[in-house]
Design a binder for this molecule. Structure first.
Ligand SMILES: Cc1cc2nc3c(=O)[nH]c(=O)nc-3n(C[C@H](O)[C@H](O)[C@H](O)COP(=O)(O)O)c2cc1C
Length: 151
C-alpha cells in the first residue's frame, strides 16, 4: 500500500483546521489504497520519510522563514533521504499573518535539493482560513494522495 506522510507543525486553531482539511482530502473516496500517516514535525524523522512514498508538509511562517519545527524535521531527514527519495511527490501548506515568501523560498531550496516532485501548488493562507482556503487544503491532500496511485 502506498504511504503518504504528512509532517505538520500545528500550534494554533488556524493550522489545525488546515491540517484536518488536508487529512480529509487524503482520505477521500477512491483513495482507500493510500495509507496516510500524520506526524507532528518535532516527532518526525528520517525513518518516517524513508518509509513513505510521498509527502505533505505544513507549518506557520515564523520570523520570515518556515517554523523551526518543520526545519528540524528536514535537518534530521535531509541526508538520509538525499538519494533515497528522489522524484517522490510532495505538497506544502503554509499559514501566517502577512508574509509567507521567506518560508516558501526556504522550503523550495530544501525540496529542490531533495529532488522531490511538486504534485500540487503550494497552499498559502493568511489570517483565519476561509472556506476556499480549507477547500484548497482538502484538494492538496487529495491530489498528493492520488498521485501515489497514479503518478
Ligand atoms: C515569533 C513569530 C514570528 C512570526 N513571523 C511571521 C512571519 O514572518 N510571517 C507571517 O506571515 N506570519 C508570522 N507569524 C505569524 C504566525 O505565522 C501565525 O501566528 C501562525 O501561522 C498561527 O496563526 P494564528 O496565530 O492566526 O493562529 C509569526 C508569529 C510568531 C509568534
Amino acid at each position: 500500500m502506498a504511504r503518504l506522510l504528512v509532517v505538520h507543525h500545528t500550534p494554533s486553531p488556524a493550522l489545525d483546521s488546515l491540517h484536518r482539511a488536508v487529512l480529509d482530502g487524503a482520505g477521500a473516496d477512491g483513495l482507500e489504497d493510500v495509507e496516510v500517516v500524520s506526524r507532528p514535525a518535532l516527532l518526525a524523522g528520517a525513518t518516517d520519510a524513508l518509509e513513505a512514498d510521498g509527502y505533505i508538509v505544513g507549518a506557520p511562517a515564523n520570523l520570515g522563514s518556515m517554523a523551526g519545527a518543520l526545519k528540524h524535521f528536514f535537518d534530521l531527514a535531509y541526508y538520509p533521504c538525499l538519494e533515497a527519495t528522489v522524484g517522490r511527490p510532495y505538497g506544502v501548506y503554509l499559514h501566517g499573518n502577512d508574509d509567507l515568501g521567506g518560508a516558501q523560498r526556504d522550503l523550495e531550496r530544501i525540496v529542490t535539493g531533495l529532488r522531490w516532485r511538486e504534485a500540487h501548488a503550494a497552499v498559502h493562507v493568511t489570517g483565519a482560513p476561509s472556506a476556499d482556503d480549507l477547500a484548497a487544503a482538502w484538494d492538496l491532500g487529495a491530489t498528493v494522495a492520488a498521485n501515489l496511485l497514479d503518478p
